[in-house]
Design a protein around this ligand. Sequence first.
Ligand code: ZN
Length: 378
Amino acid sequence: MPPPAPEKVLNESIIRLREAEELLQADRDGEAGAIYRDLISVPEISALSYYRLGEIFNRAGKADEAYRYHRRAFAADPRLASRILRTDHVHYHYVYRQVEQVAVTGCPLCAREGRSYWAFNMLANLDFNAGFDPVRLWNHCSSCHHLFAAAYPSDLARVLAGSANQQYSAPDTKLLAQSGRIISGIRNRAPGLRFLEVGVGAGEQLAVAREMGFDVTGLEIRPVHAAQVSARLNIQVICKDFLKFEASPGFDVISLGDVLEHMPDPVRAIGRCNSLLDHRGILWISTPNFESAFSVIMRDRDPMKKVCEHLNYFSYGSLERLLTGEGFKVVDYQISRHYSGSMEITAVKENGTALSGGRPPAGLQGPSRPDGRYSHGS
Ligand SMILES: [Zn+2]
């Protein structure tokens, strides 16, 4: 008997593909997976089948296989995006290209080896940055209870500086009242009014902090956002990587709103916060928590798992341990109203660290705080 005509094979394969997609929608991963395995041999459907199998392996807790299948999907078709995304998706025209990467072999918090934990294709997320590799392997450090990216672009600073985050092109006035509640809580604990925000976004928090009496400075790695916020608010915004920021110490508040997870070396970043803050200074952090109620409920649909610019994914435990190790005490935990799945931590500087030169607390140095500083309750 002659083999079936190619178009007949393709038509039958498309019918089977629809069946597999419906099974997947119904969470019947095992049955769907069996069909996708068959469809790998059909050239027109091969890349999509590898991609779906990558998702299925990931959900089954097999991160290494998931990672391999997501890679195979791009090997089968560098234009995978056009097969998995809607035509109006911002990354529909993305074509895979290899990105030179730094491999992260040890946990950024404790240097111990991690275990592969999740593998995602980040393309489907709206904030995918084409300077990153779209296939992300998250490693888990069981010692810190922390997740970290297994690799990131070698020229990370250039990739970030050369891109703009669409989300920050204009301020969102709906965020101002929420920022007000956050800043009010910070002000009630802060020893003074010098406020540094690292990562200014569209400037909402800086604007609110100034409205509520703080003397504000912004620091931003992306030139386009630094210039926009500075011009919009007439506030000093310095365009620099936080670890290269030289300033005299003595800040009363440092705000790290959704930036710590972007930093390859969070230990140095928190140590630097310690050195820049006065004794009893406040460090406010918002960052995704992979154990948040939101993340647990949403599973694969949690978008925070697929943000390529995030290099670290904290649990409350890993963040608290980092902060304690760098001289801070956590005094408050809130669930973010801005980003689903993020935690908002307020911490107080209690001790200097080696990085801050072990300076004695400001209160032991004699002179009282400068005039004009806000002092709660006095
Ligand atoms: Zn660790």
